[in-house]
Design a protein around this ligand. Structure first.
Ligand code: NAP
Length: 309
């Protein structure tokens, strides 16, 4: 298609301001034309209260990026796809696997691009880790994703509600890296979830998984970590150990720090979106979402102390 891609953004909240607006501004092939948000406005664009008003007011839009919480994703995506727009979904691509699959089918039917973005897959060390794994026989993967929910998600009630994912909101980022680098399907074997007595989503989770080839993968997600924050994936292979840390933006191999370049997750996502639109393709990989869904399906849930923000 001809550039720039005229884009409308929905849900002007934390991630839209922190990452999407700067990444869009730095992407030559995209022009942000309008924003739809109930309680916020952006400068230098046309603002609307909701997606319906934006679609009616801006018939020339080519694409829509959806940055709301997952519970609001499906209805908005369906409306945008039905209007013939290319759609970029923030992670997770839906509150359920089946709704994300329905969107993929709708996009295919309409002939528009649907992009389920996984920002952590664009972290600076991920491609190097993937190449390292591809050249080895791996024996074990251990994921440790521990952060302080009070610091990272203040006032986000939706994250504690059904469909908000709780600790899987960050945990799914680890699973998106895992399923990108590992090179084979990963299955969920078992899970233990801990849910505060006054909330509907877990504050901690432990997952036992395995690759199709039988390599064990353990993951521990915890939102109660104060002090240093941990977003690590450790992979052992042939007597060597690779550690992806800082959410995939730092890398050591046998303790030796590797040069991975600057962090550029969201510019990478927008490059991919432009590429998909240009090629007339979609990219909807639901493997990380499926593992989370399976943890809820197969796991045991323990009620723990109430969480007060
Ligand atoms: P947020 O700031 O709480 O929400 C984004 C905006 O969505 C809100 O400000 C709200 O704007 C709009 N919205 C529409 N429907 C809503 C609803 N039912 N409940 C609450 N807000 C609604 O959240 P966020 O941190 O930006 O996260 C949004 C998405 O980005 C999530 O899927 C999250 O997993 C993903 N994400 C977040 C981060 C991060 O660091 N925060 C990082 C990567 C990805 P209006 O009220 O103005 O409509």
């Amino acid at each position: 298609m001809t550039h720039p891609i005229r884009l409308g953004l929905v849900g002007l909240g934390k991630i839209a301001r922190d990452q999407h607006l700067p990444a869009i501004a730095a992407t030559e092939e995209i022009e942000l034309v309008a924003v739809a948000s109930r309680n916020a406005t952006a400068q230098g664009v046309v603002n609307y209260a909701d997606l319906g008003a934006m679609l009616a007011g801006e018939p020339g839009l080519d694409g829509i990026v959806l940055c709301q919480p997952p519970q609001a994703r499906f209805d908005a995506a369906r409306m945008a796809l039905a209007a013939g727009k290319h759609v970029f979904l923030e992670k997770p691509p839906g509150a359920t696997v089946s709704e994300a699959q329905a969107l993929a089918a709708l996009a295919a039917h309409r002939g528009t691009t649907l992009f389920a973005g996984w920002h952590s897959r664009h972290a600076s060390a991920v491609a190097t880790a993937k190449a390292w794994i591809a050249a080895r026989r791996i024996q074990q993967v251990v994921i440790t994703w521990k952060e302080d929910v009070r610091h990272w998600h203040p006032g986000q009630d939706w994250i504690w509600e059904a469909g908000g994912f709780g600790v899987f909101d960050p945990g799914i980022n680890a699973l998106s890296i895992l399923t990108e680098v590992i090179g084979e399907p990963v299955r969920l074997i078992d899970a233990e979830l801990e849910t505060p007595a006054n909330r509907h989503a877990p504050i901690a989770a432990r997952l036992a998984m395995a690759t199709a080839g039988g390599v064990p993968v353990a993951a521990e997600f915890d939102w109660r970590q104060t002090g240093p924050q941990t977003w690590d994936i450790r992979i052992e292979a042939d007597g060597e150990a690779l550690c992806l840390s800082h959410g995939g933006n730092a890398l050591t191999i046998d303790g030796v720090v590797q040069d991975t370049g600057p962090e550029a997750e969201y510019p990478g996502l927008y490059r991919r979106f432009v590429e998909l639109v240009d090629e007339g393709k979609s990219d909807v990989d639901l493997a990380p979402l499926q593992l989370v869904a399976d943890a809820f399906l197969r796991g045991t849930n323990r009620i723990v102390a109430p969480f007060d923000a």
